[in-house]
Write a protein that binds this ligand. Structure first.
Ligand SMILES: Cc1ncc(COP(=O)(O)O)c(C=O)c1O
Length: 491
């Protein structure tokens, strides 16, 4: 346990608070159109204020409404459900619920009928792994990814290399941590005549909040690339219209969209591209028939060929319930809400200065609300410009009941670009056996172990962001952090 004691908290005067909210509402008139979310905060999400939690980690996971739990409980309590791999009445009841949820997912993303399959997976990572392990990589194939990607996408390079495919990364430009269209085109053009080229990028960065353009999909297709769009961080607050954009693969996690259930995600796959995948194994549920003595196997086509074993047939009905909740609110409403709050947050944080006039905060990625979502990566700065150790921020945030994420957020490429870590600086510096993570980042010359991530979502309100800004104020004129911070265990 650390011996760190919190700084003196900023006392919030309720009248000043009300004035600040009124000024915010005046400056962001669209916020008024999201009043349904203030109402839901008082009812469906009342536990937040009852417990005094300031939840700012929606990119980690969203929050569920009470009614989602109640509706799900009613479904499982009132029915009798058996394993769907049968045809008996209770099995058919499960199949009907799973099929309804599958159709609801495809409807939510406006998938043209018959054009996409919805494969249930344990999470977005499970969806990405399905693509990576079954994509027809080979010596003539390529895997291209933006440096801004979650490790669950980066890991696909191991599948590609194991089959001797070429792999490449598209670099990011600082300070906004975006990819320029010209850089991307150069990399896409290098695909050449190879038959199986896979390009993977996140529709929204889980590090910087950058929304990478959906407009990349068509030119990638024209140059012969299949497109894997990681929508884990995008789908909770943005609309993806599959009829308009047509990526080949989309990965999502449902708990990031509506908080409950955990342990379920989906791969949405264009059927013709899905048909080109070759799975490395088969399992219960994925085959029409397999024989032992004659060594044959006839895989199922479509989603069934990719759902290993028994799907989570009691959990999956909660997906339909969650989607209904989201649709009742409207993803557009959530989007407008986080835009207003996120714009205010970005401006307020950048106004914070030490007494010597130096900025108290450094933001990684876009500093204005321009083609971005409500995920803000930042570090606090000491008055002399040094970065405040993120472990201290973590401890203080916890003392204030504020939930933010610290570290590198499983997105090393965006972190490397944010901290200007060049390839040259990294080569030869490896996390060898016995070396602590703290020693590793010190050898890399990193100013700290990563960043602080603040992210907003459907239950965020003005009080949450203003409490974070009040918390940020406590770092003004902080000359140093006390000793005794716990060791870092990893990124
Ligand atoms: C952009 C992005 N992709 C993939 C993932 C992996 O999601 P999961 O851990 O639910 O598999 C995350 C999780 O934070 C993410 O933000």
């Amino acid at each position: 346990m650390s011996t760190v004691t919190p700084l003196e908290p900023q006392v919030m005067d309720p009248a000043a608070q009300a004035n600040a909210e009124a000024a915010f509402r005046d400056a962001h008139p669209t916020f008024g159109s999201t009043a349904i979310l203030d109402e839901l905060r008082r009812t469906e999400y009342r536990r937040l204020d009852a417990r005094g939690d300031v939840y700012l980690d929606y990119t980690g996971g969203s929050l569920y409404a009470e009614s989602q739990l109640e509706d799900h409980l009613r479904v499982v309590r009132d029915g009798v459900y058996g394993n769907p791999h049968s045809v008996n009445p209770t099995s058919s009841a499960s199949t009907a619920l799973v099929d309804r949820a599958r159709a609801a997912v495809l409807r939510h993303f406006n998938a043209p009928p018959g054009e996409y399959a919805c494969i249930f997976t344990p999470n977005a990572t499970g969806a990405l792994r399905l693509v990576g392990e079954a994509y027809p990589f080979g010596p003539q194939a390529r895997f291209l990814a933006t440096c801004d990607n979650h490790n669950s996408v980066n890991g696909i390079r191991e599948f590609a290399r194991a089959k001797r495919a070429r792999t490449a990364y598209v670099p990011l430009d600082a300070p906004d941590l975006r990819v320029t269209d010209a850089t991307l085109e150069r990399h896409l053009d290098a695909g050449g005549a190879a038959r199986h080229n896979l390009f993977a990028y996140p529709a929204q960065s889980n590090f910087s909040g950058v929304k990478h353009p959906l407009e990349w999909i068509a030119p990638a297709h024209e140059r012969g690339w299949d497109v894997l769009l990681d929508c884990a961080a995008f789908a909770p607050t943005s609309t993806l219209d599959l009829a308009a954009w047509k990526p080949d693969f989309v990965a999502i996690s449902f708990y990031k969209m509506f908080g409950y259930p955990t342990g379920l995600g989906a791969l949405l796959a264009r059927v013709p591209t899905l048909d080109r995948l070759r799975r490395p194994w088969f399992a219960g549920g994925t085959v029409v028939a397999a024989t032992v003595q004659s060594d044959t196997v006839a895989p199922h086509s479509g989603h069934a060929g990719f759902e290993d074993g028994t799907v989570d047939y009691l959990g999956i009905p909660a997906v339909e319930i969650g989607l209904r909740h989201l649709e009742r609110i409207g993803v557009g409403t959530i989007s407008r809400r986080v835009e207003a709050l996120g714009t205010w947050l970005l401006e307020a944080l950048q106004r914070l200065r030490h007494s010597n006039g130096a900025p108290a905060i450094c933001i990684y990625g876009p500093r204005t609300w321009d083609r971005r979502g409500a995920t803000v990566a930042l570090n606090f700065l000491h008055p002399d410009g040094r970065v405040v150790d993120e472990r201290f921020v973590d401890l203080l945030a916890a003392a204030h009941n504020i939930s933010v994420r610290t570290g590198c957020f499983c997105n090393p490429g965006a972190g490397e670009a944010a901290f200007a870590l060049s390839r040259e600086r990294m080569i030869g510096v490896e996390l060898s056996e016995g070396m602590s993570f703290d020693d590793y980042i010190a050898r890399l010359g990193m100013p700290t172990g990563g960043a602080v991530r603040v992210s907003l979502g459907l239950a965020s309100n003005f009080a949450d962001v203003s409490r974070f800004v009040a918390f940020a104020n406590e770092f003004r004129d902080l000359a140093d952090v006390p000793p005794g911070l716990p060791p870092r265990v990893g990124c």
